[in-house]
Design a protein around this ligand. Structure first.
Ligand SMILES: N[C@@H](CCC(=O)N[C@@H](CS)C(=O)NCC(=O)O)C(=O)O
Length: 218
């Protein structure tokens, strides 16, 4: 049994759960004692960060490393292409999510509460996000997923970040429109069973978080 340390709105924990489910792995979802960064949690996970997994006494943090580990732990279904170049490209697209698109969306979190919102910053950040999405459209050629017909590690962060964006777009007046290819890709992601499963529980958790910050239902 794998233990996953996570909290409900944690985007990178959702990215790991998609792989756990795609691999058919049983797991126990545990909230960090005292919250992430607490002394109690650091005694278990020295970095104090989420997500973390514990498997047969082996502890690992960082969603990319965790997902690569799970992909090797259970080889089928393979979540990376056989071809070396395509495999490298899948990793590049996953890192584009983690280092370019997601941080641009995450920068909005401090402004979700209307009482603490800097509208100029939010308007500027909406442009950055639109630029990142346009970059993604130029880099990727989803058919319908990033490496073809079947789910790969490249795909696992995008459905969560795009769901965040979808949920914040209207209440924060972002006016971000997904480029056509990215919108079609998002729809294909939602049809993927392990992603649909994750989104079923993730959406309410996200809505609850947005509602708790804004004081209104999202
Ligand atoms: N690069 C990390 C990002 C995960 C992340 O941002 N986790 C947040 C919680 S959702 C966290 O642990 N923050 C505490 C910290 O950065 O010290 C990954 O891919 O796992």
């Amino acid at each position: 049994m794998i233990r996953l340390y996570s909290i409900p709105p944690s985007l990178y924990s959702a990215k790991v759960r998609i792989v756990l489910r795609a691999k058919g792995l049983a797991f126990e979802d545990i909230q960090p004692p005292g919250g992430y960064g607490s002394d109690a949690y650091r005694e278990i996970v020295p970095s104090g960060t989420l997500p973390a997994i514990e498997h047969d006494g082996f502890l690992l943090v960082e969603s990319e490393a965790i997902n690569e580990y799970l992909n090797e732990l259970v080889p089928e279904p393979a979540l990376l292409p056989r071809d070396m170049g395509q495999r490298a490209q899948a990793r590049a697209l996953s890192r584009f999510h983690d280092t370019r698109l997601e941080p641009a969306v995450r920068a909005l979190f401090a402004h979700v509460d209307p009482d603490r919102r800097d509208t100029d910053f939010v308007a500027g950040q909406a442009l950055v996000i639109a630029d990142r999405l346009a970059q993604l459209e130029r880099m990727a050629n989803p058919s319908p997923l990033l490496t073809g017909e079947t789910l790969s590690l490249a795909d696992c962060g995008y459905p969560i970040t795009l769901t965040f964006l979808e949920m914040l777009n209207r209440p924060m007046d972002l006016g971000v429109v997904l480029p056509d290819a990215v919108a079609a890709y998002f729809e294909a992601l939602k049809r993927e069973p392990s992603i649909a499963w994750e989104l079923d529980s993730y959406r309410p958790a996200l809505a609850a978080w947005v509602g708790s910050v804004t004081g209104t239902p999202a």
